[in-house]
Design a protein around this ligand. Structure first.
Ligand code: XUL
Ligand code: CO
Length: 438
């Protein structure tokens, strides 16, 4: 029995059900383009927002009943949090979970104690995972909440803080490995700056590059086969984060020779904070060959911060899902619900309702995307738009046969006069809208 035991295990009941504690669309065994829905979506619930966030904001304290939150968190509190979390994961019927070290374990004052407490909760996790079948999508170290990280972790001006962060990542990466985690995430919570006036940007980037190389080296040393993921975010809590967006992360990986080793965990609300569409970030990651996983949520179009709301608009997500379907799904990644309740959603039931709505939303987007890809019209529209590049001129340009003068001479000699052609944007948009019918 836990705080979350009052809701019966959530099942698929179809679109006409009157039961709010049932899936209307997410039918994990439904086969979509040859693969079960559960395998397409690889849904994970996260530990931190759901169990370790009391509903506090900058103007007020916690509103949610989370009896295991306190200062310090004792082992008994961490254990009851674990019990409640796995009760919830199992009843919700999701195949994965994600966690930060300090969100799951008892409070530690020293690194030795940190190591011990993390191992204690890891043992509890291993036991609950075996009992419930819930797997670990990824683990991550919290290198941003403790005051020691106010100036950054890997990018701290103090090497002792860097060393603390290295120890935390070592312990958490090893725990993730032992728990069979499919990925390990680094979100650079405070890897950035509040003011350039007191910041040596070049030095900090070098520190961060070295840190990431050390993590990759250690991953290989211990035989971790999962993917190392960086999670881009443009700002908040810092004024500027170095992992601003996918393009910035790729430039960083290139600079430190890590493009083959590290991929990205793309979060919807981080993309929109960066002034980019979620689907843009996926397209960029695919273009650079670093697409890894997704933190699914949404922002509020009129708020300029990370509201981390549960997704509720399948049509908005469909273009992203089209890309996922084109890629035949994730390799090691999945959809992690990095989303949190509103402060007034104080009932344990609200956590279920939020996830059920969100999971049905991404399921709707998946079904629409599968139809869009099967229908092929959107793809044909794109192919036709670029068809000139399959012709002689296109091939001579991309094949490298012509230099700039050669192209210029040829264009002049042939008296080229390309006529404007429709980009068919409205048709493309209609195609998306038309297929969003689930
Ligand atoms: C913060 C955020 C984090 C990471 C994990 O904006 O998204 O929760 O996903 O550290
Ligand atoms: Co996130």
């Amino acid at each position: 029995m836990s705080l979350f035991s009052s809701v019966e295990p959530v099942r698929f009941e179809g679109p006409s059900t009157k039961n709010e504690f049932a899936y209307r669309v997410y039918d994990k065994d439904r086969v979509v383009l040859g693969k079960r829905m559960e395998e397409w979506l690889k849904v994970a619930a996260c530990y931190w927002h759901s169990f370790n966030w009391p509903g506090a904001d900058i103007f007020g304290g916690g509103t949610l009943t989370r009896p295991w939150i306190g200062t310090p968190v004792t082992q008994a509190m961490a254990d009851s949090k674990l019990e409640a979390a796995f009760d919830f994961f199992e009843r919700l019927g999701v195949p994965y979970f994600t966690f930060h070290d300090v969100d799951a374990m008892a409070t530690a004052a020293t690194l030795k104690e940190h190591d011990r407490n993390l191992k204690k909760i890891e043992a509890g996790m291993a036991q609950r995972m075996a009992a419930t079948g819930v797997k670990l999508l990824w683990g991550t170290a919290n290198l941003f909440s403790h005051p020691r990280f106010a100036g950054g972790a890997a990018t701290s001006p103090d090497p002792e803080v860097y060393a603390w962060a290295a120890a935390q990542v070592r312990y958490c990466l090893e725990a993730t490995h032992r728990l069979g985690g499919q990925n390990y995430v680094l979100w650079g919570g405070r890897e950035g700056y509040d003011s350039l006036l007191n910041t040596d940007l070049r030095r900090e980037l070098d520190q961060y590059g070295r840190f990431l190389s050390l993590v990759v080296e250690h991953k290989h040393k211990i035989g971790f086969k999962g993917t190392i993921l960086i999670e881009p975010k443009p700002f908040e809590p810092t004024k500027h984060q170095y992992d601003h967006d996918v393009a910035a992360v790729f430039a960083f990986l290139q600079r430190y020779g890590l493009t083959k080793e590290v991929k990205v965990n793309i979060e919807v609300n981080h993309a929109t904070l960066a002034g980019l569409d979620f689907e843009h970030e996926i397209a960029a990651a695919r273009a650079y060959g670093i697409f890894g996983s997704i933190d699914i949520n949404r922002g509020d179009p009129r708020n300029g911060w990370d509201t981390d709301q549960f997704p509720n608009n399948a049509q908005e997500l469909a273009p992203a899902l089209v890309q996922l379907v084109e890629d035949q799904g994730f390799s090691t990644g999945g959809f992690n619900f990095d989303a949190k309740l509103r402060r007034q959603s104080v009932d344990p039931a609200d956590l279920y309702l939020a996830h059920i709505g969100g999971i049905d939303t991404i399921s709707r987007a998946l079904l629409a995307a599968a139809d869009i890809v099967t229908d092929g019209a959107l793809n044909r529209l794109k192919q036709e738009r670029y068809q000139g590049w399959n012709g002689e001129l296109g091939k001579r340009i991309t094949g490298g046969e012509l230099n700039l003068a050669g192209i210029a001479d040829l264009a002049a000699e042939k008296n080229l006069d390309p006529a404007p052609r429709s980009g068919r944007q409205e048709l493309a948009e209609s195609l998306i809208a038309r297929h969003c019918r689930y």
